[in-house]
Design a protein around this ligand. Structure first.
Ligand code: SF4
Length: 324
């Protein structure tokens, strides 16, 4: 059994990309490991600091989605980053030992600036890999589930650990990546699925909305009538079949190519399959959505448990650094 840490920025309701890329893996991990899952609201501020009006609602929506898909708030320690103030202290202390050059070469910063149209890099944003490292180290995390694109971040965390342990005392384990397979899931407009592009299918979407959204998926533009031969390899609906309906893909590809299957019928079939997969989550979600007080209590309890461990880690850190 290893200690696992992972976090997510509170962006509100989660989409199926979050479900397939992270949450289903988390549910699996919590069966075998001691897991810490954090709603990292301070990370959300690194880019979304101007308008915080939706923050509390987004935290609550995210917690409800986590519960609905099976994150167990008793078995795992599920908490709100800002309720464990030790994260700020460790972030500050680590920032003293990190050369700026490490942060400047952060490979994801550039793409983040482009994707989010950010023109000014603030101090907090520049240092977010340090905050991320503090989050992991606070629980002496040994394993961190990450997608391939996040491996460089974890490598920086490992460098920070080596640097700290060498400079002071060996306090932290070097966290290792658990590589997660993030399926290539496009939004309903054919672009990368993203909340800001308003092209997501959400875990909480109901049957009618799923149907409407699936009908909007981009297909082969040359296939206009049912009998026209299609090219599944350039069709978003087929990409979804490969993820949600693997058993039928050969048949669907053959029928599409031969002009035996029409896009409307195929989309209706896909919508049913996605709906069937999401229905149990949606039903659980309804139950939890009515219990906002309970969600708050569960997060408070998780944060209290996390804080106990954080206090012990900070005592080790202060001791190693010769601080009171
Ligand atoms: S039949 Fe299905 S796979 Fe073929 S182009 Fe239409 S939606 Fe895509």
């Amino acid at each position: 059994m290893a200690r696992v840490f992972s976090g997510m920025r509170p962006t509100g309701r989660l989409h199926i990309g979050h479900l397939l890329g992270a949450l289903e893996k988390w549910v699996e991990l919590q069966r075998e490991h001691e897991c810490f899952f954090s709603i990292v609201d301070w990370h959300a501020l690194t880019t979304g600091y101007k308008d915080t009006s939706e923050m509390k609602k987004n935290i609550s929506e995210m917690a409800i989605d986590w519960l609905s898909v099976g994150i167990d708030f008793e078995k795992s320690t599920v908490f709100l980053q800002s309720q464990v103030k030790e994260h700020a202290e460790l972030h500050l202390l680590l920032s003293m030992i990190i050369p700026m050059a490490w942060l400047e070469r952060n490979p994801t910063l550039k793409s983040m600036l482009q994707d989010m149209h950010i023109t000014t890099v603030n101090y907090g944003l520049m240092g977010y890999p340090v905050l991320q490292t503090a989050d992991i180290l606070m629980y002496k995390g040994e394993k961190v589930p990450v997608g391939e694109d996040q491996v460089p971040h974890l490598e920086m965390s490992r460098e920070i650990v080596r640097s700290f342990n060498r400079m002071y005392k060996p306090v932290f384990p070097e966290p290792e990546a658990i590589l997660t397979q993030t399926p290539r899931l496009l939004g309903i407009d054919g672009k990368k699925m993203s909340k800001s592009l308003d092209n997501c299918i959400y875990i909480s979407d109901d049957q009618d909305i799923i149907k409407k959204k699936v009908q909007m998926l981009v297909t082969d533009p040359q296939k206009i009538r049912k009998n026209d031969p299609g090219r599944p390899e350039i069709c978003s609906v087929f990409e979804y079949h490969k993820i949600f309906n693997l058993g039928e893909t050969d048949q669907i590809a053959a029928d599409c190519r031969a002009g035996r299957l029409g896009c409307v019928a195929d989309k209706n079939h896909l919508a049913e399959i996605i709906d069937r997969r999401l229905k149990p989550y949606r039903e659980k979600r309804k139950e939890y959505a009515e219990k906002t007080g309970l969600i708050q209590d569960m997060l408070n309890e998780g944060s209290r448990r996390a804080q106990k461990i954080a206090a012990k880690t900070m005592s080790d850190v202060r001791d190693a650094m010769g601080l009171f």
